[in-house]
Design a protein around this ligand. Sequence first.
Ligand code: OAD
Length: 230
Amino acid sequence: MEKIVILTGAGISAESGLSTFRDEGGLWSQHAIEDVATPEGFARNPRLVHDFYNARRANAGRVKPNAAHQALARLETEHPGEVLIITQNVDNLHERGGARGVLHMHGSLFGALCNACGHRWEAPPRMHPDDPCPACAAAATRPDVVWFGEIPYGMEVIDPALNAADLFVAIGTSGNVYPAAAYAQHCRRLGARTVELNLEPSANTRDFDERRHGPASRIVPAWVNEVLSA
Ligand code: OAD
């Protein structure tokens, strides 16, 4: 049975109404990465960082999954082999689109993490720097998202899945952030077929055997239909 590993990025949620990072007008043109997406930025100004993620959490709660999220959920249910969806996104649109086993390698807007004791809990709609940890009471609460300089989550699941993949598909990701940006090349070297589904060629488009360019809500359902009818 064909083992499929799917990597998604901000582009899959763009048509739901969430901003990407590097497109024109994207989040990184409005906010400095070093201020809002690094441990050092958080140490300097936790209120600014919480405000950034509070706003993104509110936006994510207001929008709906699109046809691309729903098509991947259908693939997960109907494909007779294994399907692993790895997302770099911190929204919950895959889950709200019906997917179950999604691995959030960059964490989630809906989680809170204590910087003092490592305890995790469900994030309230708005987080504040002085929110006490429910386990140790320290006022060291941060969003449970992975920042630059930190190790992504789930590598112990991701690495073996990449090694065993027959088909690797990257959707809506610009291929600029590692380690995710290296996955296509890694899988291809090990003999997997690689497919890119993106609005435009990504930074590592040469690592893909097949490339389809267009909006995710159109090209992802079409690709899923082909896989399920093959
Ligand atoms: P980017 O903003 O870097 O890339 C989004 C990609 O989606 C681009 O290649 C767009 O062309 C494409 N895209 C835009 N709209 C699309 C649509 N409707 N359909 C299909 N594709 C579309 O976002 P990511 O690659 O996800 O990490 O960024 C990776 C990581 O960089 C993020 O997880 C985040 C960021 O810094 C951290 O914050 C640690």
